[in-house]
Write a protein that binds this ligand. Structure first.
Ligand code: FAD
Ligand code: COM
Length: 521
């Protein structure tokens, strides 16, 4: 299929998909694709280098404001790492972990088939993802071109000529502003044997896996990605050994919530070693890892494994811009920006993972749009304020605001509303019950989740919320705004709940909001 200048033709999603599939399989990997309007000079309001969430949303916003953006993207699709190697596969694997935990918990009961000794193929799930991912990729290209009217060049890297000009596949484009949106990449293990086959990170796992991992998997790291992938590997029926130098899931701010999450993880069989280290990987004889040498509790432990998954953080892709433009970075390599997302070089902006944590989609997309507004002359102030957060184990874990310990220090009259009840037998009652935990609530209550709302008894304001279960993430997006705006327990209790709902926060608030002196539940 010959497609290298598509600006004057409308392309269907199907055509895009065929082209992306061909480009990704190497059939036309060297051919750039231009969607740049002819008959106009090649001057833009802003050139976005990188068409991931940050670059794509930034460019779309700038176009919506009446400006002329250009995206240059080295992949043959827009959307970046999220739909290709990061969020989307992570959610697939987390869905599988939840489904498999349910299937294993109820194996041989109701309609669930026996699962004793059943090990599910990891490779098949990865291949399913690889085959399916170009569907969403095609939609991103279609939407950006046909619906958002944004010009772009795909399948070719941008080379920075100066602070206003880039060169792509032999063509030069210039803009009033340059927006760096090149994302981040997985930090690599730096230990003997790290180069062996069988050592994966989140990207190489979905791009390169070409065998069925054996029965023991070693996961290095203790953050979101490590736990999300460890939970999936565990749910497939394999032994999973997690090694982390620090504390597991230190990001979860509430100690009780974190303890519930880790208890369930361990109960599912994940072996967790905190304060431990992966020292060395040894060749199994065929160039692939055969064993991992760990330091656990001061002892050396050797685990036979043919699959090691490293999730030890991410490094911003800032090197090229630093070399070409001298933009300033911090010690971690994140590009430094001001409130308008402008770097140390006037007219050059940086957005998304490239500017450091939080490396999350909301920040990528929002920072892109704020940069666009600044370039179009609006006075903006981008300061990532307190934001809701989440991760997956076999469950979905959502939170906003501080944990109970920090909240108690800040608010001496702190009151908590929680489920299950805080009693010795609390874990063994059938609450919480709600969407997708009903079977657990009735048959295995301690698996049905955990939730806690923190209220400042003095001001009656909600100050924090924590949830383990399924389906609460959506509510947390909106609850965060209400909490930031100062919603009280009385106002929360006056909302109209859609019962049974995953969080119970509204009805718990209503039970107590009649009290002048607030009391917990
Ligand atoms: P990217 O999406 O990485 O885009 C950068 C783009 O720049 C890439 O497409 C790259 O090809 C391009 N590029 C680089 N150099 C050049 C060049 N020289 N010329 C042209 N193009 C170039 N966040 C969430 O909110 N929810 C989640 O569930 C979630 N899950 C995640 C799971 C994993 C495993 C990981 C690693 C991350 C996850 N994230 C999640 C974070 C989220 O994926 C990122 O924050 C987001 O994708 C960053 O977008 P970005 O545009 O900054 O970078
Ligand atoms: C989503 C990618 S997977 S983007 O943020 O819509 O570009």
């Amino acid at each position: 299929m010959k497609l290298n200048d598509v600006s004057v033709q409308g392309l269907t999603i199907r055509t895009w998909r065929a082209w992306i599939d061909a480009a990704l399989t190497g059939a036309m990997s060297s051919r750039p694709l231009f969607n740049v309007r002819p008959g106009r000079d090649d001057r833009f309001d802003a050139i976005f280098i990188g068409g991931g969430a940050a670059g794509r949303f930034g460019a779309a916003y700038l176009r919506a404001m009446g400006g002329r953006p250009l995206i240059v993207e080295s992949f043959p699709f827009l959307g970046g790492s999220c739909p290709h190697v990061a969020c989307v596969p992570h959610h697939l694997f987390s869905d599988c972990a939840a489904e498999l935990m349910l299937a294993r918990t109820f194996a041989g009961r109701l309609w669930f088939p026996p699962m004793d000794g059943v090990v599910v193929s990891i490779r098949e799930v990865v291949e399913l993802f690889r085959r399916g991912r170009t569907g969403p990729h095609a939609v991103m290209n279609y939407q950006t071109k046909e619906q958002l009217d944004v010009e772009f060049v795909l399948n070719a890297p941008a080379h920075i000529v100066n602070a206003r000009t880039v060169e792509v596949a032999g063509r030069r484009f210039s803009g009033r502003a340059l927006v760096l949106a090149t994302g981040a990449r997985a930090r690599k293990l730096d230990i003997p044997g790290a180069g062996l086959r069988g050592v994966f990170d989140y990207a190489s796992f979905v791009n390169d896996l070409d065998y069925e991992p054996g029965n023991t998997i070693v996961v290095v790291g203790g953050g979101k990605t490590a736990v999300e992938y460890a939970s999936f590997f565990n749910a497939t029926g394999r032994r999973v050994v997690m090694v982390t130098r620090g504390r597991l899931l230190a990001a979860i701010p509430d100690a009780e919530t974190r303890a519930y999450v880790i208890d369930r993880l361990v109960e599912q069989g994940v072996e967790v070693h905190e304060g431990a280290e992966l020292l060395e990987l040894r060749d199994g004889g065929d160039g692939r890892v055969g064993s991992a040498v760990l330091r656990v509790g001061g002892e050396r432990v050797v685990e036979a494994t043919d699959f090691v998954f490293a999730a030890i953080g991410e490094i911003p892709n800032s090197e090229t811009a630093v070399r070409a433009l001298g933009v300033e970075t911090n010690a971690a390599g994140a590009i430094l920006v001001d409130e308008c997302l402008q770097t140390s070089v006037p007219g050059v902006y940086a957005v998304g993972d490239l500017i450091g944590p939080p490396m999350e989609m909301f920040k990528a997309r929002k920072s892109g749009t704020y940069a666009a507004r600044a370039i179009m002359g609006e006075a903006v102030s981008f300061r990532p304020a307190s934001h809701p957060d989440f991760l997956h184990t076999h469950y979905e874990v959502s939170w906003l605001g501080p944990g109970e310990e920090e909240a108690r220090a800040r608010y001496p009259r702190l009151v908590t509303l929680r489920l299950p009840p805080d009693t010795p037998d609390g874990l063994h009652v059938g609450l919480p019950a709600g969407d997708r935990v009903m079977l657990y609530a009735l048959a295995k209550p301690h698996l049905s989740g955990f939730q806690k709302l923190l209220v400042d008894g003095a001001s009656r304001r909600i100050v924090g919320a924590h949830h383990v279960g399924y389906g609460a993430k959506d509510a947390f997006q909106y609850l965060n705004k209400l909490v930031r705006d100062g919603i009280t327990i009385d106002e929360l209790g006056d909302l109209d709940e859609l019962f049974l709902n995953p969080t119970y926060f509204i009805q718990l608030a209503r039970l107590r909001s009649g009290a002048k002196e607030l009391i917990g539940i």
